[in-house]
Design a protein around this ligand. Structure first.
Ligand code: FAD
Length: 506
């Protein structure tokens, strides 16, 4: 067994890992090792600017191809959970939407015990991550690595949808990532010059020649090297052998909402009884590891349409952030897709258009647990979709909002009829429809949440509680999912983590 020594070891070259490796290696005196289980690049399809094209990557070599346990709240369905396994991670296979959550989403983190993690504190890190030309520089980045694209020529459907939303009373916004994000806005993307730009392209590719940065692909971390409760480094498999890398400063997990808690548990850090049951020696009892697993949940209305979208053309371009009830924070996101969506992302036919509505602040919670102590075995993933009845009610409010938009003149005048669930369907049947169609919006989070209570996994400095030498910075640390797709938020979390690690304290 060989061992190498570095200052920092980062596990996972996904959205967060690429940010961390790029930022930490800015100091030429800091030696950084980045371990990625997947390969250096994926199939060409990973570059296609059509968000729906990412479905073609499911089950390919760049997808971990996880699936959930049968979900009682969605009629027992097992949901496919794609996750990127390649440089760039899930940002290499995602829908490329660049959207921050509403400020209330981040202020809710602090209210749950993540001291210092609120919207005001995160804003500089959102700005640092992006370049958004022509936007308000008070709130948007002007020289960050992730260049943000704005659709120049929205489709006819998108224009009608925007008008429909205004007519239905939603505030038209100049910038959905600007000072106010509740209302209707044009969707921003991570598409530059017609090509996908993932976190690897934005952050890491330009600095790969740094002599102090080593990126190892096909390198799957199997467990952490623990000395009591101190993490010394990582044991990983590569090229059929097992290697050990030691960190003189720290090991940082950026393996994502599934990979990070999985690796902790394989290393004996997690709920003690569960670990013992699986024959894993307990290094640090942390009951919250793998708890709080949750995800946005989504469904849709399908309409017949007379005009067909151009094949391969862009999907949704207008987006509406709204509230399910007057007292709530914005918790529903609606998108307009120029395709006839099929249940649970099983396809998207050309014969219609769909209004997708997603519950952005679900109350339902589930768990990630070990299936086996073998690092090669996928963990058991139970997000508890729609197990909290309040979620079904709020998703039903999303369906009502979508139909309201569908009935307004700009959309109704397109001569379209509601195909599913069907205008004549009763309220009870609508709820059955929601359970039959509800699905992932691809944003699982929360399994290593920031906080200070007994079930928190990392403290507000992102240190794994009850251990030393170990931090986490990725989607797993979010105490609750935000009211937007999660990639932009993960960029900001990782920017802040790098800031904390390089010596400043905020
Ligand atoms: C199909 C899909 C569509 C999406 N659409 C959007 C969208 O349009 N907009 C948006 O904002 N968000 C979207 N998301 C979500 C967003 O991409 C993720 O929230 C974000 O990429 C998560 O970043 P992360 O760094 O936490 O994890 P990831 O980017 O998943 O990175 C984790 C990395 O760690 C690696 N890894 C895991 N375990 C190990 C191990 N043991 N050893 C070594 N490496 C390991 C993985 O291979 C991966 O590269 C989508 C996600 C998917 C899957």
């Amino acid at each position: 067994m060989t061992a190498t020594t570095h200052d920092y070891i980062i596990v996972g070259a996904g959205t967060a890992g690429c940010v961390l490796a790029a930022r930490l290696s800015e100091d030429p005196g800091t030696r950084v090792l980045l371990l990625e289980a997947g390969g250096a690049s994926g199939p060409e399809a990973a570059s296609l600017p059509d968000p729906l094209a990412s479905f073609g990557l499911w089950g390919s070599s760049v997808d971990w191809a996880f699936s959930t346990t049968p979900q009682a709240g969605t009629d027992g369905a097992v949901h496919a959970w794609p996750r990127g396994k390649v440089l760039g991670g899930s940002s290499a296979i995602n829908g490329m939407v660049h959207h921050r959550g509403h400020p209330a989403s981040y202020d809710a983190w602090e209210a749950q015990g993540a001291t210092g993690w609120n919207h005001r504190a995160l804003l500089p890190f959102f700005r640092r991550s992006e370049t958004a030309e022509g936007r308000d520089p008070e709130v948007r980045g002007t020289d960050g690595p992730m260049r943000v694209g704005i659709p120049a020529e929205p489709s006819a459907l998108a224009r009608a949808a925007f008008q429909a939303a205004v007519e239905a009373g939603h505030t038209p916004l100049k910038d959905g990532n600007g000072p106010e994000s509740e209302g209707v806005s044009w969707r921003e993307t991570n598409v530059v010059a017609g090509r996908r730009q993932n976190a690897f392209d934005a952050y890491l590719r330009p600095v790969l020649d740094r002599p102090n940065l080593r990126v190892a692909t096909g390198a799957c971390a199997r467990r952490l090297v623990m000395d009591g409760t101190h993490c010394r480094g990582v044991e990983y498999a590569v090229d059929g052998g097992t290697h050990t890398a030691l960190a003189e400063r720290e090991t940082v997990l950026a393996a994502g909402a599934i990979g990070s808690p999985h690796l902790l548990m394989l290393s004996g850090i997690g709920p003690a009884d569960h670990l013992r049951e699986l024959g894993v020696e307990v290094a640090a009892a942390l009951p919250g590891v793998g708890g709080n697993l949750h995800d946005h949940v989504t469904s849709y209305v399908v309409y017949e349409t007379a005009d067909q979208p151009a094949p391969g053309g862009p999907g949704a371009e207008a987006q509406v952030l709204a509230r399910s009830s007057a007292g709530a924070a914005p918790d529903l996101l609606l998108l307009f897709v120029a395709a006839e969506l099929q249940p649970r992302w099983t396809g998207a036919g050309p014969g219609g258009h769909s209004i997708l509505f997603s519950l952005m602040d679900p109350a339902s919670r589930g768990t990630l647990r070990l299936r086996s102590a073998d690092p090669a075995a996928s963990p058991l993933l139970d997000p508890g979709y729609l197990t909290d009845d309040r979620d079904l009610e709020r998703l039903a409010a999303g369906l009502r909002l979508a139909r309201e938009l569908g009935r307004t003149e700009p959309l109704a005048s397109r001569g379209t009829a509601e195909l599913r669930p069907g205008a004549a369907v009763s309220d009870a049947d609508c709820r059955a429809y929601l359970r039959a169609t509800a699905s992932t919006y691809f944003h699982p989070v929360g399994t290593c949440r920031i906080g200070t209570d007994e079930h928190a996994v990392v403290d507000p400095s992102l240190r794994v509680r009850s251990t030393t030498g170990l931090r986490i910075a990725d989607a797993s640390v979010m105490p609750s999912v935000v009211s937007a797709p999660t990639n932009a938020t993960v960029l900001a979390i990782a920017e802040r983590a790098a800031h904390i690690l390089t010596g400043t304290t905020s």
